[in-house]
Design a protein around this ligand. Structure first.
Ligand code: CU
Length: 535
């Protein structure tokens, strides 16, 4: 068992994670009284007006302003206030909500302090000592966004500056989320709290009669490593010149920014819009009473039909739309957990104050993209470079660092198969900006033979995606020792985007690549009204 596997398997009580010699000791999470704070619900963002969308004779759309700020807030009743960086005034930031096809503008303003409070590694590309410490740029994960508004990692800006981005939202209802994407420090900015939800709704979803209003709960889950003084700790390596560590795992799970909150529910069906906003922790969500629940949607929207689950696996960046039925648990209390670690307590009332709604039998058809639709297959490796001591130095996609010329250049409107060959010991959640895709299969192979001879020797038959993954996705687990295949139609806009691992420590250390969607004449028509709307 290597160090990282050990850390992942170890209890959240494992306090050895922090190697910061001068830092306050790590918090013992068992010292906190559980379930004393109600689950906060992020406020809804409110537009301050309307403005014409970019392009000629474009309609007016709502315009929002969201500021990046430093705040101090209580993560638990018994902890002192914690310094965080966030959007608006809370972690998670305000929820942006819109409908499919309803465009909106957001002015993302950088009002952060000039100095970072987490340890920057100046040896990482884009985070050199001559770069400003406080940089931000916002990406809406899962949004079909023109390239100028996608939050390209090198398009960061400093305090006092802002950018106004246009989101056309021409896509199905889904749980999207916004977060920082600044080159070389994105893991620190997100760890500091820079994320929030972005929900798109549509008529198909409306017609299902799903639980809504107070019965629909946004639920952003992440782990953080807290010190006894309530402050965030971010572990560092033994090398002060290269403080980067390959993964970070916390000692406390936060739900909507609270440690061990509770939620009062009625004995009826609820909908939970779940995001794993952790830097590196995979969630294995389950209920302490061993009750089953249903997943109705993935990253990019509704599944064909509800899938009954005992456990929901969510890698960093992935989302799940879950229905939990409390109707047979009147008067009971039980806990949403990841493995055996408590996240959120449900307190079910003795009687329902309102009628429940039924679980729909069918949701939205997801037509399978046939492999024959693909005009190209790209074979892309996931590799890890280790030092002589076996410590991770960097991880690469296709053995190519960020600054090298673009190697992936699909044509707008074309369909491709991307085949990820993972030779590392880790599962890497691979995210492509702009697009949605389907998982074709995963298949075990022999990594040593691949590394020595470049041949893929399969050792097992291909495994189709699990039913809860068999919808539209934008992030896929490329599991260790497996070849993972996805099929992608590059729809939307031509231009420069990125694809990357969503373990944030990996992403910041070269596990990210630019890619170009190349316009043909038809593509130019669709993308001509999508210019940047300026700063
Ligand atoms: Cu990774």
């Amino acid at each position: 068992m290597n160090r990282r596997t050990f850390v992942r398997n170890a209890s959240l009580l494992a306090l050895s994670l922090s190697r910061r010699l001068n830092a306050a000791p790590a918090l013992n999470p068992d010292s906190l009284t559980k379930f004393v704070d109600p689950l906060p619900i992020p406020e809804a963002a409110r537009p301050f007006g309307t403005r014409p969308a970019p392009g000629k004779s474009a309609p007016k759309v709502p315009v929002y302003r969201v500021a990046m700020r430093e705040i101090r807030t209580k993560l638990h009743r018994d902890l002192p206030e914690t310094r965080l960086w966030c959007y608006g005034g809370s972690v998670p930031g305000p929820t942006l909500e819109t409908r499919s096809g309803q465009g909106l503008l957001v002015e993302w303003a950088n009002e952060l302090p000039a100095k970072h409070f987490l340890p920057i590694d100046h040896s990482l590309h884009g985070a050199e000592a001559d770069q400003p410490e406080s940089r931000g740029v916002v990406h809406v994960h899962g949004a079909r966004t023109p390239p100028e508004s996608d939050g390209y990692p090198e398009d960061w800006y400093v305090p006092g500056k802002s950018r106004t981005y246009f989101y056309p939202n021409r896509q199905d209802a889904a749980i999207l989320w916004y977060h920082d994407h600044a080159m070389g420090i994105n893991r620190l900015n997100i760890y500091a709290g820079m994320f929030g939800l972005f929900l798109i709704r549509d008529e198909t979803e409306d017609q299902l009669g799903l639980p809504g209003g107070k019965f629909e709960i946004p639920l952003v889950i992440c782990d953080r490593l807290l010190r006894q003084d309530g402050q965030l700790d971010y572990p560092v390596s033994d090398d002060p010149k290269k403080p980067w560590v390959p993964e970070v795992f916390g000692n406390v799970m936060l739900a909507n920014g609270k440690a061990f909150p509770f939620l009062d529910v009625e004995p009826r069906l609820y909908r939970f819009r779940v995001l794993n906003a952790s830097n590196g922790r995979f969630l294995h969500l389950n209920l302490s009473n061993e009750q089953k629940f249903h997943q109705i949607g993935t990253d990019q929207g509704l599944l064909p039909a509800p899938v009954e689950l005992e456990r929901s696996l969510l890698a960093p960046g992935e989302r799940a739309d879950l229905l939990i039925d409390f109707s047979r648990s009147a008067g009971e209390r039980f806990v949403l957990r990841t493995d055996y670690f408590d996240i959120l307590q449900f307190r079910v009332a003795g009687a329902a104050a309102s009628a429940s709604v039924p679980l729909p039998a069918a949701l939205r058809p997801v037509p399978k993209t046939p492999e024959s639709a693909a005009v190209k297959t790209r074979t892309l490796t996931i590799i890890e470079n280790k030092s002589m001591k076996g410590e991770s130095m960097s991880m690469l996609l296709n053995n190519t660092p960020w600054h090298m010329p673009v190697t992936e250049n699909p044509k707008l409107g074309s369909t491709e198969i991307w085949t990820f060959i993972n030779t590392t010991d880790d599962s890497h959640p691979i995210h492509l900006h702009l697009v949605r895709f389907q998982i074709l299969d995963r298949r075990r192979f022999e990594p040593f033979i691949y590394q020595s001879r470049g041949e893929i020797l399969y050792t097992d038959p291909a495994i189709p995606p699990a039913p809860e993954e068999a919808g539209w996705k934008d992030t896929v687990r490329a599991d260790p020792g497996m070849v993972t295949r996805i099929i992608v139609k590059f729809e939307g806009y031509a231009g420069r985007y990125v694809w990357h691992c969503h373990i944030l420590e990996h992403e910041d250390n070269e596990m990210m690549r630019p890619y170009d969607v190349v316009a043909d004449s038809a593509g130019l028509i669709e993308s001509k009204d999508q210019q940047n709307v300026g700063a």
